[in-house]
Structures are given as C-alpha cells and as structure tokens.
Design a protein around this ligand. Structure first.
Ligand SMILES: Nc1ncnc2c1ncn2[C@@H]1O[C@H](COP(=O)(O)OP(=O)(O)OP(=O)(O)O)[C@@H](O)[C@H]1O
Ligand SMILES: [Mg+2]
Length: 358
C-alpha cells in the first residue's frame, strides 16, 4: 500500500464516514490478496465481524442487584486472527459443530436439531475458553461469558437468581454463552445448610440446558469433569475433551503464534516437554521481556525462563523419577522424595518402559 492510499484511509477514518471507509478497506483487501493473502483475509474478517455489530444484545445486560455490576462479559464482534491449534480429532468435532450450526435450517426442516450445548473439559491452559471464543467468531455471534466461580462466591440464594437472569438474557437473542469454571457449582458441597440452595441451582442449570434455544450455543467449561453430576453430563449434546498438546502441536503453536521463533519451533517444542499452551505462552513472554531489557537475543533467554514454569518443572521431575528408579529406589520412596503421587510415578515408569520396548 503506498503512502497516498494510507493518508486517504486516515482521512476517511477521521471523517467518520463508515460506508466509504468500508468500501476503501474492501479495495485494500482485494489488492492485498495479490501480494499477502493472509493480510487480505484478516482485513475481510474484520469487515465482516464489524458488519455484525447489529447483533449486539438487544436487551440491557443483567446486573447484580447489590453491586450493580454486569453479570456477564460481552464481546461483540469477536475477531481472532489465528485459529487455535487442535488435534485432528478435536478439529473434526468443532468443524462438525460449525457445519451443523450453519446448516441449522436444513436440519430443522427434517426434525433434527444442530448441536447447541457443548461441555469442554481438560487441564488449564489448553484452549477451552479460547475455543468458545473461536466458535463465536466462526459463527459470527456475540460472545457472552459468565464466570461461575465468581458468581458462586456470593450468597447462594442470590446466585440462583443471577444465573437465571443471565441464562434468560442469553436465550433471548442468538449468541454463544460460556459458563466458565462450571465445576464451581459441584465443588461447593462443604456446607450442609446450603445443600437445598445448591440443589435448586443445579435444577436451574439442568433446566437451562434442556430448554436452551436452537438459535444460541451454550458451552460449559471445566477443569474437573469428574466432579460433575452425571445428570449434568448426559444433558450436553457433545463433550469435547482437551488434552495437553503433543510435541507436533506445540511446534505448530510456536510457528503460528511466535513466528519470530519459526526456525527453532521444533527444538523448542521438544525442549518444553508436556506443558500447556499457556505455560509456553507465559515462558516466551517472560523471555521476550528479558531479552528486550537485557538487550540480548530472544532465543538465548528462553532456556532459563522455561525451567521455572510449573509444567516444565513436572517434566524435569520425570527425568528424576527415571534416574532414581535406575538407582534401585522403590516407587513409593520416589513418590515421597519428589513429592509426587504414586500413580504418577507409576505412569511415568510405565511410559518409560513402553518407550524402551518400542
Ligand atoms: N489450542 C490453543 N491454540 C493456541 N493457543 C492456545 C491454545 N490453548 C491455549 N492457548 C493459549 O493459552 C492461553 C490460555 O488459554 P485458555 O484460556 O483458552 O485455556 P483454558 O483451557 O480455558 O484454561 P483454564 O482451565 O485455566 O480456564 C490462550 O490465551 C492462548 O494464548
Ligand atoms: Mg478457561
């Protein structure tokens, strides 16, 4: 793009004439498709998403009766430049959801419903929240988040009403609603006096899943699927289990999200070991800051920083387990010495034996 074109775009943006600006940006996207197709796609995605602003929630966002704070976070439109990295299985599941949603009228004409309630489970930092946003962006719908851990911290009687208000709101227009930290409901079992209220809350949630309209998507995300009531599990149309990324997926993540490290992506993916994307993200950001402040090379700062990430620490412990076992120490003694559970020690040794045999 030449400087004249840049200046005329700035003039248009400042003159607040959105229609002409959109037309010009469209032209820029078409021109860019010849020399930078990725940039062209990103411009077009922004134009499309921006055109969806009319899909803003029609009613006011529900608020907490005491604090008057919004009960849900709303993002509309959702623009994401890069797709999250997925295993083939999960990508196929998510593509199927998008296809069903986009062909909803076809399915409904035959008496079938598109997938409308999804349960995401898996360890922290592997993309549950990101995927819910990604689905909203692919479907061109506003993205609403209700953090159950936050609402659950208030007086339970009020929680039921708050959750109900959010669900009623989100059911009233097409959107994606994420119930984040879904296990928070299951976790609060500590006080018998609250049991009645809690049961009422679970009933509110079950009813919400059952009565959820076809026009919206309800996603519940949890780190602890095992804590959920089986009655809740059964109600979801689809469960998606996210895992820690494989080495290949870690390399793909670094190549996409950290293009300046593209040359080292395979080595780094191996070096980080079995950690989550957010562990890698945190380590790389820390290393990047260090490299800027100490004026040294990014790649040389990564090794030191990565050793301190929790996932990496665990990875390093794996080596210790194997070393101690080779020295003849029992699994019980290793578990005590390294402060990790016995089943974990066993799992590491089993994996190690399998690798040796292969
Ligand atoms: N599949 C992925 N592809 C690319 N980046 C990812 C992916 N998953 C996670 N990340 C990175 O990790 C960050 C945290 O991810 P996210 O919040 O989606 O994790 P989560 O599974 O919801 O974790 P939690 O259980 O802690 O809520 C993201 O902002 C992104 O930088
Ligand atoms: Mg999350």
């Amino acid at each position: 793009m030449d400087s004249k074109a840049i200046l005329s775009l700035i003039d248009l943006a400042l003159s607040a004439d959105p229609r002409t600006l959109r037309m010009h940006l469209h032209k820029v996207a078409v021109q860019a498709s010849h020399y930078d197709p990725v940039l062209s796609e990103k411009i077009l995605a922004r134009l499309t998403a921006n055109g969806l602003r009319s899909a803003q929630p029609p009613k006011p966002i529900p608020v907490d009766s005491d604090s008057r704070l919004n009960l849900v976070k709303v993002e509309s439109p959702v623009v994401m430049d890069d797709a999250p990295i997925y295993s083939e299985d999960i990508l196929a599941l998510l593509d199927q959801v998008v296809l069903e949603r986009k062909s909803a009228s076809k399915l409904m004409a035959e008496g079938l419903s598109p997938a409308k309630s999804l349960l995401f489970q898996g360890p922290p930092g592997v993309g549950k929240t990101m995927t819910a946003r990604w689905l909203a962006s692919r479907l061109g719908l506003p993205f609403l988040t209700l953090d159950l851990a936050t609402v659950m911290s208030s007086f339970l009687g009020k929680t039921g009403n708050n959750i109900k208000a959010v669900i009623d709101h989100a059911s009233s227009f097409p959107c994606v609603l994420l119930l984040d930290e879904f296990d928070a409901v299951a976790k609060r079992r500590d006080d018998d006096r609250e049991l009645g209220e809690l049961k009422r809350l679970v009933t509110v949630l079950l009813q919400a899943i059952d009565e959820w309209p076809e026009s919206s998507v309800l996603i519940a995300a949890t780190n602890h699927g095992e804590l959920l009531d089986p009655a809740i599990w059964r109600r979801f149309d689809l469960e998606v289990s996210f895992d820690l990324p494989s080495e290949k997926m870690r390399a793909a993540y670094i190549k996409t999200y950290w293009p300046e490290l593209i040359k080292h992506a395979n080595d780094l993916a191996h070096f980080f070991g079995e950690v989550s994307y957010s562990d890698i993200d945190r380590s790389l950001k820390k290393a990047k800051k260090k490299s800027i402040l100490s004026e040294s090379k990014f790649i040389t700062c990564i090794t030191g920083v990565a050793e301190t990430t929790p996932g990496k620490k665990f990875e390093l412990k794996k080596k210790d387990v194997i070393r101690l076992a080779a020295e003849g120490m029992s699994q019980r003694a290793i578990s005590v010495a390294l402060e990790i559970s016995r089943p974990t020690v066993k799992k590491i040794m089993d994996q190690y034996e399998e690798c040796k045999e292969a």
